[in-house]
Each structure stands twice: as C-alpha cells, then as structure tokens.
Design a protein around this ligand. Sequence first.
Ligand SMILES: [Zn+2]
Length: 316
Amino acid sequence: MPQQKLCAISVDLDPVAAYYHIHGLGDPPKHVRHTIMRRVLPRFGELFEAAGVPATMFVVGRTLERLPEAQVALRELARAGHEIANHTYSHPYDLCRLPENVIAQEIGKAHDVVTQLIGEEHAPVGFRSPGYFINGRVLQALTGAGYRYDSSMFPSPPYWAAKVAVMGGMALRGRRSASVLTDPRGLTAPLDPYRPHYKRPWTRGDAPLVELPVTVLPHTRVPVIGTLFAAGPKWLQRYALDAVRKLHFFNFELHGIDLADAVDDSIPTELAGRQPDLRIPFVEKRRTFLDTIRTLKRDFRFVTLAEAATILEAEV
Ligand SMILES: [Zn+2]
C-alpha cells in the first residue's frame, strides 16, 4: 500500500477525426482536423499550470507531423515536467486485431516521432491503446520496446453496455462506427494496478511492465473520467469524487475533446449535436476541472503515470 494516495491525470489527445469516425460521419472538414493539437492542447497546459499538477499526455504520433505549433506546445509541456506518452501512430481502434509487425510499427513510429521532438531523456515509457484493451501481441510489442507501463484496461461494464447500445442504434440507422467494441475479456481485468500475464494481459501474471487500469468505481464500475466532469450531472460528480477519495490510486483519464468548444472552435453541428459535452463552453469546463483537481489535491499527491508506475511497481 502506498505511503501517500496518488492521482495521475492523463489526456488522450484523440483528433476530432476519431469522433467523426466513431459516429460514422466520414472525415471531418479541414478546419477542425487539427483543432485538438492546435487549439485545445495549450488549454490543458494552462489548466495544469493553474492547478499546479503534472499530467501525462497520450499523443497520436501522426497528429504531430507537419504541425509546428503542436510540436512547440508538446515540447513546452515536456519541459514543464509533464509526461508525453504513446497513443499509437494512427489511432487504429482495431489495434489488437492487426498483425504483429503492424502493431510494432504503430507503437514504434509514434515513439520515434515523439522522441525526435522532445529528446531521448523524455522518450515515452507508457502506452494507452485506442480500444481500451491490449492482447498478448500488443503486450509483447510494448515489452519489446522496453515500455514500463500500459494504461489501457478499462474494466467498466456500464461503459461497455452504453457503447453496445450506441453502436447498435447506429447499425439500425445504417451507419457504421469505426469504433470497435472493446474486447469483453477486458471487463474482467483487476481494478487496481497489477502485473499482467504475457498472453492474457487482462489477468495477473509476471510481465516486466505494470498495468495501470483507468479508474472505475468499485462495485458499480462507473467510470470516473473527464466526460463526467465536462458534462455530467453535479450530483454524480460529487458522488464520484467522494468515492475516489477512498482509493489509493486514482487514474483519472481525460480526452482532448473535454476542453474543446463547439462555438469557440467552430465545430460543425453534425458532431456537436452528437457530443453534448462540446456544447458546453470550454471556460465553464475548465472551471469544473480546476475545482475538481483542487478538491482532489486535499487527498492525493499528483504524479505522472510514469511516476505512479515506478512507485506502484514495487507493490504489484
Ligand atoms: Zn484515443
């Protein structure tokens, strides 16, 4: 058991295109293609600075290419003590189904793009899969690349059920989501950090890295992620905060889109209509996140996921 309770905030910097594809809308218009890296990433830098906490940014390698302002922003974040981690090169939702060599490329190419940008001393040591699950092939690629942790498991049956319902509804309307249903075996993964099994990473084993599952509440398995604080009801936010205070480790997952703003960022109604959180002004969401982090600071020491992995590794 850690001496002090730890909280690690991470941000998955999924491009707007990922949401267009999830909702079966095809490719996004040009003007929003780089919105997350160009406009939203600096907002996170400012939020974490105001809150005085370190964070982990999960970067999709491809989104950095030919985007000088995002490269500068990321370099500044690394210099400010934030961790830059690997979220694949092209964000394939079906990563686990790809052949071994393609999996290795997705991880390796993102690793190289980030490392070239921020330097060997800040090279990624952590990974999050686009599909909230890793199988033996992905784990093998990660250990082969010398990664110290994975943070992909998300053992939340309520989230899974909601996704089934949404994808089912889309299929009925003849639209296809690019999102692949998370492998249900991931729902049985431990809720606390653990050392994964080589072939079945959703179970305990003796792999040389540590799995840091995204936090879901014990018993109800309600996910305590950014969306809840960006757009969820206040009573549920209070309930969730009260419940996470009892945990020893809170792996708090946010997404780039949590600080995006349909009006301010000119995000078309075709997407904003399907993502209610986009219709809330980002200044309002920023305030809620700042208040939430300040509340959490009373109970938790904030660390990057890499730091959490180092501390928790000794206990798993
Ligand atoms: Zn993602």
